[in-house]
Design a protein around this ligand. Structure first.
Ligand code: HEC
Ligand code: HEC
Length: 285
């Protein structure tokens, strides 16, 4: 320890070094446990109680802080409840179940298990329900819906959720029948504010990174599709069209329309999103 550090300061430095040592030791032991294969990743091994409590608390605090600016519209407008029921039927009941209605098989095998929303709907204000439905919850299996449900119908879903705690099984079935002609609307085009202009979110929300390695986007080391790196040097799109912005958009929106044997699925990419992606790829070095 250099002698020019005064005594009280020396104490602080020692404490800081000790704390840092502990953090490094913790990280090292965690890595050893993970890399040794001893840690079970099976969805049948449950979390510790403390892990559950901490995650629950973390979710609440995060949602409270992030949803604080959300303005709640009138949730009693005509047709909202029925549309919300349609959205719930189409996108939520599989994992969360409903009064007297079981979760689908996939929804029963999850860790963490998706809770019954009758409880959250009683305890949470509508803006929290909206925020979580729109943005999802990472590392939990709760998807983000903002790219799949139109904003008006995210609110319809919230309108439905707020009624959920007061429904009997029969009420649910009646509403189910009444809402048979209603559909849950998908967003028609990009909502700039929803994306904060972040094209990386767009790639991820269409699951492009599930198959491609993409410049600047963290994801699985997938080689199912060709890596989309160094794109401006590419001469052809999928080996069949000259590499221009318009052709790239055409391919992204309708792979089989351009190349009938392509294994890339059609992902219903909107025109605006496809253009954003094409420009991003063409600008990446
Ligand atoms: C693939 C399964 C799945 C689907 C589909 C799903 N969720 Fe979830 N949801 C989860 C999981 C897992 C959690 C996190 C565990 C929990 O807190 O319930 C969660 C959490 C939530 C929460 C926070 C509840 C709380 O108390 O923590 C809300 C609200 C929610 N989901 C609403 C919805 C809505 C609305 C839909 C349909 C638009 C939906 N979810 C579709 C799996 C799903
Ligand atoms: C299920 C896997 C899968 C997903 C998801 C996927 N792709 Fe592909 N993609 C492929 C495969 C496989 C090919 C090669 C097929 C071909 O050349 O026709 C391909 C080809 C491409 C090409 C041409 C590559 C080249 O070398 O010429 C582009 C560009 C592309 N994908 C962009 C995207 C974008 C953008 C998304 C998201 C909207 C996406 N892909 C989602 C599998 C996928």
């Amino acid at each position: 320890m250099p002698s020019f550090i005064h005594k009280p300061r020396r104490k602080v430095v020692l404490l800081a070094a000790g704390a840092l040592g502990l953090v490094v030791l913790g990280a090292l032991s965690a890595s050893v446990v993970l890399l040794s294969g001893a840690y079970s990743t099976a969805a049948t091994t449950q979390h510790f109680k403390i892990t559950h409590r901490l995650l629950d608390a973390g979710l609440r605090f995060s949602v409270r802080s992030h949803a604080s600016g959300v303005k709640v519209p009138d949730l009693a407008r005509e047709g909202m409840l029925e549309r919300g029921a349609a959205c719930y039927r189409m996108h939520c009941v599989q994992c969360h179940g409903a009064p007297g209605v079981a979760r689908h098989p996939a929804g029963r095998g999850m860790l963490p298990i998706a809770s019954s929303l009758a409880q959250s709907a009683r305890e949470w204000p509508p803006e929290w329900l909206y925020y979580v439905t729109r943005k999802g919850v990472h590392m939990s299996g709760m998807p983000a819906w903002e790219f799949r449900i139109a904003d008006e119908d995210l609110w319809s879903t919230v309108a439905f959720l707020t009624r959920l705690p007061f429904m009997t099984h029969q009420d649910y079935l009646d509403l189910h029948a009444e809402s048979a002609d209603f559909s849950c609307r998908a967003p028609t085009e990009m909502r700039h504010d929803a994306l904060h202009g972040d094209v990386k979110v767009v790639f991820r929300q269409y699951a492009c990174h599930a198959c491609h390695r993409i410049e600047g986007i963290v994801g699985p080391k997938s080689r199912v599709g060709p890596p989309l790196v160094d794109w401006p040097r590419r001469k052809y799109v999928a080996g069949v069209l000259p590499n221009t912005e318009e052709n790239l958009i055409r391919f992204i929106r309708d792979p089989q329309g351009v190349s009938p044997h392509s294994l890339m699925p059609k992902l219903d990419v909107g025109e605006v999103h496809a253009r954003q992606m094409a420009r991003y790829l063409l600008a990446s070095e």
